[in-house]
Design a protein around this ligand. Structure first.
Ligand code: TPP
Ligand code: MG
Length: 363
């Protein structure tokens, strides 16, 4: 059941340049993460690392419907969202390498990619932990009378967390301009959604429980995803000023999107994937979001194979440069150990001031 889709698709209005930009972003995410996997396997990246390959169309299609200053927040599978938002790949890679030049000074790693300049508020490792923060972002902008639409991404595993339901409830009560989007890749680690989530085959009931609008999109198709978000965002835009205490029929208020997608790689870099067959993965890879858009462009004579190859080449080069930058960037100095831990002026140490014991060990 797909609701909220108009007869003419908003993506029909996208010209060849705009469509190629969607392709560029998806190809960049793909090539960047292929590099990431190599660096991880070479033990240059430590900690947990979750690959977004397969799901690129969900972040790219939804973010394309937003303004640059509309806040987004997501879980730990976050490289794709940051790159789609415009983060320079080198700062994302340096973060994973634990280098000072990383977007969070190398202290967050893969799961905590953050880019305030591009209104990307993380990167959060606690399942559904980003949901209350997403509500906070939407509330603060509505409270300040700023006309922004917040998008809060979550995995299907977050659907059963209390924090998700509390967030949906508050967003609905306050009629906040926020879109909760479940990137429904069917798995929460090794658990299929049908084993862990009630009403898994009709997630519209989750929205109905809070009187919220519901839409489904094909998260493997960047244009279908864009169409769904364009429609919702346009309806929501302008509603911020009347969000707090607005009557229920203003057209403002939150929405819930079920983006049906699939991750082609394991849950994290250390996942033997015993819970699904190779045939299942291969079957889903036949609907690769990048090839789908490439076919669309070529069949309609909107792009030549040369143009597409050039975009892919640029994505590979940028990813290579990002890796080189991360590799060569200076390591995090010990003096950073106690910074950014407590809000100044609280906490036991002043910025840059180390306990005597540590000072002695520092060259
Ligand atoms: C509150 C909490 N419980 C458990 C975990 C361990 N954990 C990490 S990822 C994950 C699966 C979440 O799956 P999903 O939300 O579907 O996201 P996906 O990995 O598919 O993107 C779990 C249970 C956690 N990080 N936080
Ligand atoms: Mg999942």
């Amino acid at each position: 059941m797909i609701s909220g889709k108009p007869a003419t698709r908003p993506s029909d209005a996208l010209d060849a340049a705009a469509l190629l930009e969607l392709l560029r972003q998806m190809m960049l995410i793909r090539r960047f993460e292929e590099r990431t996997m190599q660096s991880y396997q070479a033990t240059k990246i430590g900690g947990f690392c979750h690959i977004y390959i397969g799901q690129e169309a969900t972040a790219v299609g939804s973010i394309a419907a937003l303004r640059k200053d509309d806040p987004i927040i997501t879980a730990y599978r976050d490289h794709g969202h940051a790159l789609a938002r415009g983060m320079e790949p080198k700062y994302c890679m340096a973060e994973m390498y634990g280098k000072l030049a990383g977007c969070a000074k190398g202290k967050g790693g893969s799961m905590h990619i953050f880019d305030k300049d591009n209104a990307m508020y993380g990167g959060h490792a606690i399942v559904a932990g980003q949901c209350p923060m997403g509500v906070g972002l939407a509330f603060s902008h509505a409270y300040l009378g700023e006309d922004k639409v917040t998008v809060c991404y979550l995995g299907d595993g977050a659907l059963n967390q209390g924090a998700f339901h509390e967030s949906m409830n508050l967003a609905a009560i306050w009629r906040l301009p926020i879109i909760f989007v479940v990137e429904n890749n069917s798995y929460s680690m090794g658990t299929h959604i049908s084993r862990g989530t009630a009403a898994a085959d009709d997630l519209s009931v989750k929205a109905a429980a809070y009187g919220m609008r519901y839409a489904e999109c094909d998260g493997m198709d960047v244009l279908d995803t864009y169409d769904t978000f364009r429609t919702l965002v346009d309806a929501m835009r302008g509603s911020s000023s009347r969000a707090l205490g607005a009557p229920a029929d203003t057209g403002s208020g939150p929405a819930f999107v079920n983006a049906k997608t699939y991750r082609f790689k394991g849950h994290s870099m250390s996942d033997p994937q015993k819970y699904r067959t190779k045939e299942e993965v291969a079957g889903r890879q036949e609907r690769d979001p990048i090839s789908t858009l490439v076919s669309h462009l070529v069949e309609r004579n909107l792009a030549t194979q040369e143009q597409i190859d050039a975009i892919d080449k640029q994505a590979k080069e940028l990813s290579h440069d990002a890796e080189k930058f991360a590799e060569e960037a200076p390591a995090l100095p010990l003096s950073e150990l106690y910074t950014d831990v407590y809000a100044e002026p609280f906490g036991p140490y002043k910025v840059g001031e180390l306990p005597e014991m540590l000072r002695k060990t520092q060259k």
